[in-house]
Design a protein around this ligand. Structure first.
Ligand SMILES: Nc1ncnc2c1ncn2[C@@H]1O[C@H](COP(=O)(O)OP(=O)(O)OP(=O)(O)O)[C@@H](O)[C@H]1O
Ligand SMILES: [Mg+2]
Length: 441
């Protein structure tokens, strides 16, 4: 399917502004409808209500001003008295500016519905020129009306035109949203914590660590996932233990008859020395095989991943190889550390170095941390492994070198995989094999 460019970018924008965590998204799912609902309510109900109210208030004030002007027109001599009375009853504050003419006023700063309503109401009630000044005195508006012999200037309290509850409503909207936000955050945290805990435990288990059973917490589905994870963990552990025990048992039981065989062979009269040496060789090979199985079985079952000094481990392994006569350079920065099973990792490295020794003269061992990945590299200057063979050599017994069993690389990949890592075979620039081990640190 071809994506429309518009849809694509909208999607990207949405994804960029959407919170990435489950917690954030859930909160948004709760909050957006609430705020929308409040906004619609505000617009529909309060907007109409406010308009109507402002129209009536403005109409009231305009009517009163109109009444006052009409009274003055009817009896111009009693103007002072009328002003006094209307000021008292309508809470106006009026002055008469004799012989003045109406000046043009600047337009109001922020004309709103109230201005229009008032202007319309005044136009209906007055039959004289007038203007309204909104900003002369704080808290008041001034209505100027042109009379025959001067200007009547009436100050009306703004309170008579405005209702102050709009802010209350706004506070109410924000307040309820805030309250809901708090309550949802509190509840959602527990839900999300269950999932987070499950994710962390699953990741640790995948890397060969033992997170232990996790506490089921939160909604039914989350609890069920946690319980299922616990059961799976238990089953896997039992399965692993069974396999290990069986392997150890078989290897162990085979040892005794082999030893017996070797002894009887040594006691036979020297009939054919050549044949006997061959048979002894075969028996030795079998014993070696069994030793490998046993150490494999023993190591895998019980060892725990612990924070390990990787630099020290590499140097150890290199030193041991050197004592056995290998030429090996070790180049790892000081203080490399990762959580892994040290004995299992030592077996991996020993296997790889043994392989290199069989095929090459010089070896290089190195390690580096890049981000959260520990990368260990083992290189040699031997013939390398052709690309077509690189899968086969990992399969147990499929390819074995002279004197080997064909298990070394299989075990190595098993152990690295159990750490949540991976192992690659590559060409070394300049000839030879490069083995790269990547482990999550
Ligand atoms: N560094 C290397 N250079 C060339 N070939 C190699 C190298 N490492 C391993 N191989 C080849 O890969 C195959 C598998 O190696 P693997 O370590 O699994 O078995 P092995 O060495 O024969 O036996 P084991 O390690 O169990 O004693 C062998 O045929 C071996 O020759
Ligand atoms: Mg090997």
């Amino acid at each position: 399917m071809k994506l429309r460019p518009g849809g694509f970018s909208a999607d990207r924008v949405l994804r960029r502004f959407l919170p990435r965590t489950l917690f954030g998204r859930s909160l948004l799912i709760v909050l957006i409808p609430l705020v929308l609902l409040q906004a619609v309510a505000l617009l529909l109900f309060y907007g109409n209500h406010l308009n109507e109210l402002s129209r009536r208030l403005a109409g009231g004030v305009a009517g009163e001003v109109g009444f006052m002007i009409d009274e003055i027109d009817r009896a111009p001599d009693t103007r002072g008295l009328i002003i006094q009375e209307t000021d008292r009853y309508f809470q106006f504050s009026t002055v008469f500016l004799r012989n003045q003419v109406l000046r043009r006023l600047p337009p109001p700063d922020a004309p709103g519905p109230v201005d229009d309503d008032l202007a319309r109401g005044l136009a209906q009630n007055l039959h004289r020129p007038f203007n309204v000044a909104w900003n002369t005195t704080p808290g008041f508006i001034r209505i100027n009306v042109q009379m025959a012999d001067g200007v009547l200037s009436i100050d009306v309290s703004r309170k008579r035109l405005y209702i102050g509850t709009f802010y209350l409503f706004l506070i109410w909207v924000i307040g309820t949203a805030g309250l809901l936000f708090g309550i949802s955050a509190l509840f959602l945290r527990t839900q999300v914590r269950g999932i987070t805990r499950l994710a962390v435990a699953a990741e640790a288990f995948g890397m060969g660590r033992d997170p232990g059973p996790i506490k089921p917490e939160g909604a039914v589905e989350v609890r069920r996932a946690a319980a299922a994870f616990n059961r799976m963990q238990e089953r896997l552990r039992r399965f692993l233990a069974q396999r290990t025990t069986m392997l150890a048992g078989v290897s162990h039981d085979l040892r005794t008859p082999l030893t017996r065989l070797r002894l009887s062979l040594a006691m036979l009269p020297e009939a054919d020395a050549g044949e006997m040496a061959e048979m002894t060789g075969d028996i030795e090979e079998m014993e070696q095989l069994i030793a490998t199985y046993l150490s494999f079985a023993r190591g895998e079952g019980s060892e725990q991943a612990v924070p390990t000094d990787v630099t020290g481990l590499l140097e150890d392994v290199a030193a041991a190889a050197r004592r056995a006569g290998a030429r090996i350079d070790c180049d790892a920065p000081e203080g490399l550390s990762a959580t892994l099973r040290p004995e299992a990792m030592r077996r991996v490295l020993t296997n790889l170095i043994d392989n290199a020794r069989r095929h090459a003269g010089q070896m290089w061992l190195g390690a580096a941390m890049s981000g959260r990945t520990l990368r260990i590299v083992i290189e040699d200057d031997g013939p390398g492994i052709p690309a077509s063979q690189r899968e086969a050599v990992f399969r147990p017994f499929e390819t074995a070198s002279a004197g080997g069993t064909g298990l070394g690389l299989a075990i190595a990949r098993d152990i690295v995989g159990a750490h949540g890592g991976d192992i690659f075979l590559l060409d070394r620039p300049g000839g030879g094999l490069r083995v790269v081990i990547e482990l999550p640190a």
